[in-house]
Design a protein around this ligand. Structure first.
Ligand SMILES: Nc1ncnc2c1ncn2[C@@H]1O[C@H](COP(=O)(O)OP(=O)(O)OP(=O)(O)O)[C@@H](O)[C@H]1O
Ligand SMILES: [Mg+2]
Length: 367
């Protein structure tokens, strides 16, 4: 997967930008606040219908402007293009339009699996020490890219959980809760089983990536940590129902749902020790990078095509050996776009297909 053309209008700090990008390694350098992250964010937006960092869509619109537009031409494999348009209007309340291959996209989740892409940002470096919700988001995004049905199950689970919590907060009894409990169990069982399988698959790949990144160090462990341990959905549903039965009186007292995938976590360990509690900063960052690269590997394995890989400002956090190793991945990926505020030594030595330098909203090509 690669992005061949990018066309931005009033997106963040870009009033108008048109870029054509080659396959291979694309390096984007520029001082702080020159628009490096915004460029990668625009590509992410065209693959997900939303930003990975903005809390509100309207933040993407250039200050003082009314509408923002991103158009990206993706190439899945030679001859198979997908043109994605993302449009945001803020006059008269925010309105979003998403068009892929000339047809409106009804739900943004549909796009995720059609544009396989993995973005790694400085925020992702926190994956190991962040709160569990951050690791659940990691699983959710990766799974939605791999399996469109997962996003549906997750949305159904979220809706049922919210309704059930609303009723519990009002002091509702078991009979009133029942329809939502049934939906929550059915969708929650699917979510939990998908996450468990994903964790097993990505765990093996992440340990491999980690070993090649960190050399002969301790083994990275990735384990699913959740209430539902069953192997398949029917068994997980049975288990969920039994757990809910057992926590009925506690739930009535606490006035919320106490068991289920909304409390899941990923347990990350190095040589058996919790990375969150004992890992050094460098160990935590390397583990986070290994997980994201493993996600890319998994997409490659399951869909037969390597995803587009975007690395925002991560090289400076790694030592030179690790940075060079990451840049070397270009050989197995169609396209790798890397941003950096500094001209890292590893970048100077890598052979970039294109090198862009950003300065005050202007893009210049460095030969
Ligand atoms: N909606 C917006 N409209 C106009 N400018 C914006 C908007 N959102 C952010 N900016 C500005 O765009 C500039 C570029 O931000 P960006 O995060 O892309 O920079 P960067 O090159 O990644 O910087 P750093 O090296 O510090 O990470 C910043 O000055 C930021 O304040
Ligand atoms: Mg940045």
């Amino acid at each position: 997967m690669m992005v061949r053309k990018l066309d931005l209008t009033n997106f963040r700090c870009y009033p108008a930008l048109r870029l054509e990008l080659p396959a291979g390694l694309v390096v984007v350098t520029g001082p702080n606040a020159s628009g490096k992250s915004s460029l990668l964010e625009a590509i992410f937006v065209a693959s997900a219908g939303r930003s990975q960092r903005a809390t509100r869509d309207s933040e993407l619109v250039m200050w003082g402007a009314k509408d923002a537009r991103v158009e990206a031409l993706f190439e899945r494999e030679p001859g198979r293009d997908l043109d994605v348009v993302f449009e945001l209007e803020t006059s008269g309340g925010p309105r979003k339009r998403l068009i892929a291959g000339g047809k409106p996209v009804r739900r943004a989740a549909e796009l995720l699996s059609r544009v396989p892409l993995v973005l790694f940002t400085p925020a992702d470096l926190q994956l190991a020490q962040a709160a569990p919700v951050v690791r659940r988001r990691f699983m959710n995004l990766a799974l939605a890219r791999l399996r469109p049905a997962y996003a549906d199950d997750l949305a159904r689970y979220g809706r049922a959980l919210m309704q059930r919590n609303r009723l519990l907060a009002m002091g509702a009894g078991e009979t009133e809760l029942r329809p939502w409990t049934a939906q929550m169990i059915a969708a929650g069982a699917e979510v939990a089983v998908a996450r468990r399988r994903f964790t097993e698959e990505i765990g093996v790949l992440a340990a491999g990536v980690h070993a090649s990144l960190a050399g002969e160090s301790e083994k990275l462990g990735v384990d699913y940590s959740g209430n539902l341990t069953a192997e398949d959905a029917p068994a997980a549903a049975e288990q969920y129902a039994a757990l809910l039965n057992r926590s009925m009186s506690e739930e009535a007292r606490m006035r919320r749902t106490l068991v289920g995938p909304h409390r899941d976590d990923l347990r990350l360990t190095l040589g058996g020790q919790s990375l969150r509690r004992f890992g050094s900063q460098g160990q935590q960052r390397t583990a986070a990078l290994a997980l994201k690269l493993a996600e890319a590997e998994l997409i490659k394995r399951e869909t037969g095509a390597p995803p587009l890989l975007l690395l925002d400002d991560c090289l400076s956090e790694l030592d030179e050996g690790r940075a060079s190793h990451v840049l070397g991945l270009t050989e197995s990926y169609g396209q790798l776009i890397v941003t950096s505020a500094a001209r890292e030594a590893a970048l100077e030595r890598a052979s970039a297909a294109m090198w862009l330098h950003l300065r005050g909203g202007e893009v210049e090509r460095v030969e």
